[in-house]
Design a protein around this ligand. Structure first.
Ligand code: SF4
Ligand SMILES: [Zn+2]
Ligand SMILES: [Zn+2]
Length: 169
């Protein structure tokens, strides 16, 4: 009977052979393996015919402990994360409270491109608009005469909004 706990990638092992880590259970138990254990395991895994499927399996199963396919828990965690420079990568950093210059710059670029597109659409569809005026400010551009005119018309005759710091006075 096949043990259900045995990872299925081991079925790819040539008949009658064993993985180099056979009888080395200590490699699979620590969530922070020592440098010596990591080094020894890397050598062993490099000679293993199942290195790639072993690493893939541990990454897919979110295996938290030990060395698998030559990868430490931290390396497997990094391999699972979306690549830097993508929107998902940026969100992944944010959810962890991390700062990554590559992702931050890429996110700013995407935001700017999106605002430019929306501004172009406002001009194309409406000629000028309040939204266009705000986008111009957000993009650090000089506001255009058409957007300014729409804004002036919008606020003409309206009472000035009362500022919160004036209300108490
Ligand atoms: S890659 Fe390393 S941990 Fe995985 S089966 Fe081979 S020797 Fe064992
Ligand atoms: Zn990043
Ligand atoms: Zn405009």
């Amino acid at each position: 009977m096949i043990d259900a706990a045995v990872p299925p990638f081991l079925a790819q092992l040539p008949h009658g052979t064993r993985t180099p880590c056979h009888r080395r259970p200590e490699l699979f138990v620590s969530d922070a393996p020592s440098a010596a254990v990591t080094e020894a395991a890397r050598h062993m895994c490099a000679a293993c015919p199942l290195q790639q499927p072993c690493a893939d399996y541990a990454i897919r199963m979110r295996e938290p402990d030990g060395i698998w396919g030559g990868l430490t828990p931290q390396e497997r965690d990094a391999a699972r994360r979306p690549p830097c420079g993508t929107e998902l990568g940026w969100r992944s950093h944010r959810s962890r409270g991390e700062s990554c210059i590559t992702c931050r710059e890429a996110h700013r670029e995407r935001l700017r491109a999106d605002r430019e597109q929306r501004l172009a659409r406002e001009h194309r569809v409406h000629g000028g608009s309040l939204a266009g005026y705000r986008l111009e400010l957000l993009l650090g551009l000089p506001t255009c005469a058409r957007c300014r005119a729409v804004r002036q018309q919008y606020y003409a005759g309206r009472p000035r909004p009362q500022k919160w710091y004036r209300r108490a006075a």
